[in-house]
Design a protein around this ligand. Structure first.
Ligand SMILES: [Zn+2]
Length: 488
């Protein structure tokens, strides 16, 4: 019984092209063959030479046997485009190294004003999946392995016929279900969301960066990041992950914006900022920006309310060394504190976090969880010293540099550089030139602490190898005072 709805059940176009070279941008098609297959049966074979309107390099003439003279009177792609477009419409393009043939077709169609999108099935990848024991999967290797004869090797129809024969042999040897499953597995080409065309996907650079999916009337739906943006975006739409939430997201996408960065760190920081700025409906993890709490221990200021829970507004670069723990809610902060108090026999009443029983020992002392500073069994100073020791575990890791640093990422391809300026775990911004860096050092923005940045930066610096770190001169005088007093 055949699997229904699989890639192989769709109408197929087994395609082979001959070209003047390897690059769709500079090279042109010289011959096209299409074998149309429906329901496992060949419905038609079609091939034609194409006038590439450019000389065919000698080496390629020698390989294919297609000469300038042969194509001189052949139709140009322009003359063929409309018919070919109709012939291919709705068909899965099956080709050996499908990227190559699909890339050429797409580019040639584009030159003639056609927006060509198709699902593809690469027989190189199919062969690799079905016959993993073999190292070589080029067309000659396939022919030799499976005893396939070719009447016209390196000609479009001859090579396309080899592919059709290979599919038949694979089905006989491995079974239809195995071939269909392999085809499904390698068909990464997504069925794109209805409103997104292939050109929009192709326009996304396959580089580090953050991307935004927008829905109806420009509402931000989702922000993501990747070191290979296009691949990641396509993965959102591929059949295998298209279930539940992902499918829902794909259905709603109307446009995609890509923000290229020089490296992974830039992409992570950009993603975190965009999520906060846009609050996209489908982002959960990085979304809450307000809820952040920490403990401030100040026994000298208020001996009987020595431990204070502080909110996000108090957490910034300068105060960070005095903070203990970072919590997303008051509740999780109090749970952590109770755990510490139980473990070390600390008195929550004395610290100001439990209602005091007038003149009496706290309830936790009565159940032997508090060592009894509240009952006069321990001095306040000794108790607070133990509090300080217990809190040390919650302390944030010390800033490992003398002052601000720049985390440098280079994009060799564009000859671009980004310097992410960071101080005391606070991200101040990204400079893209010497001038921008200088003005950031001379007038740095206020260093607000951000829990997501903190998480990104600690992880990134722990795995050091990926970013170059340069120590920057201290900021303005005002800031250098702050730096000086936070140094201890
Ligand atoms: Zn107590």
């Amino acid at each position: 019984m055949r699997l229904k709805g699989g890639l192989l059940d769709a109408p197929l176009a087994i395609v082979d092209l001959e070209t003047t070279g390897a690059h769709p941008e500079h090279s042109r098609i010289t011959e096209i063959a299409v074998i149309e297959v429906e329901g496992g049966q060949v419905r038609g074979e079609w091939d034609t030479l194409v006038n590439p309107e450019t000389p065919i390099p000698y080496g390629i003439q020698a390989l294919t046997g297609i000469t300038d003279a042969m194509v001189a009177n052949a139709p140009t792609f322009r003359q063929l485009a409309e018919d070919l477009f109709e012939r291919l419409e709705g068909r899965v393009v099956v080709a050996h190294n499908a990227r190559f043939d699909y890339g050429f077709l797409k580019r040639e169609f584009e030159r003639e004003g056609f927006n060509y999108n198709a699902r593809t099935l690469c027989t190189v990848r199919l062969s690799r999946k079905l016959y993993p024991g073999h190292a070589r999967h080029n067309l000659d290797a396939l022919m030799e392995r499976h005893g396939i004869r070719c009447t016209a090797r390196h000609r479009a129809l001859g090579d396309a016929q080899v592919l059709w024969e290979f599919l038949g042999i694979a089905e006989r040897e491995c079974g239809y279900e195995a071939v269909a499953a392999a085809a499904k597995g390698i068909a990464k080409q997504p069925s794109l969301p209805p409103a997104i065309d292939r050109a929009a996907i192709d326009a996304i650079p396959d580089t580090p960066g953050a991307y935004i999916f927008y829905g109806e009337s420009g509402a931000p739906l989702y922000v993501g990041k990747s070191i290979t943006m296009r691949t990641r975006v396509m993965a959102h739409f591929s059949d295998s992950v298209r279930s539940g939430k992902e499918a829902n997201l794909a259905m709603q996408v109307r446009s995609i914006e890509a923000v290229r960065t020089c490296g992974e760190l830039g992409a992570l920081l950009r993603e975190a900022d965009l999520v906060k700025e846009l609050s996209p409906a489908f982002n959960r993890k990085l979304r809450r920006s307000g809820g952040l709490f920490t403990f401030v221990f100040a026994p000298h200021e208020a001996p009987h309310r020595a431990l204070r829970l502080a909110g996000a507004e108090e957490i910034e670069s300068g105060s960070l060394p005095f903070m203990h723990g970072l919590f997303r809610s008051k509740r999780s902060a109090m749970t952590a504190l109770r755990g510490l108090a139980d473990e070390h026999g600390l008195c929550l009443q004395t610290l100001g976090h439990e209602k005091s029983v007038r003149g009496g020992a706290c309830f936790r002392h009565q159940v032997e969880r508090c060592a009894g500073v509240c009952a006069g069994k321990e001095g306040l100073v000794a108790h607070h010293a133990r509090v300080a020791a217990a809190l040390a575990r919650l302390k944030l890791p010390p800033w490992p540099y003398r002052g601000p640093v720049g985390l440098v990422e280079n994009d060799a391809q564009r000859e671009a550089t980004e310097i992410h300026v960071v101080h005391n775990w606070c991200y101040l911004g990204t400079a893209k030139s010497e001038d921008e860096l200088t003005s950031m050092i001379e007038g740095p923005p206020r260093a607000r602490f951000d829990h997501d940045h903190f998480g990104i930066l600690t992880k990134f610096l722990a795995g050091r190898a990926r970013a170059k770190v340069v120590e920057l001169p201290a900021f303005t005088r005002e800031n250098s005072i702050e730096v000086a007093c936070t140094a201890n």
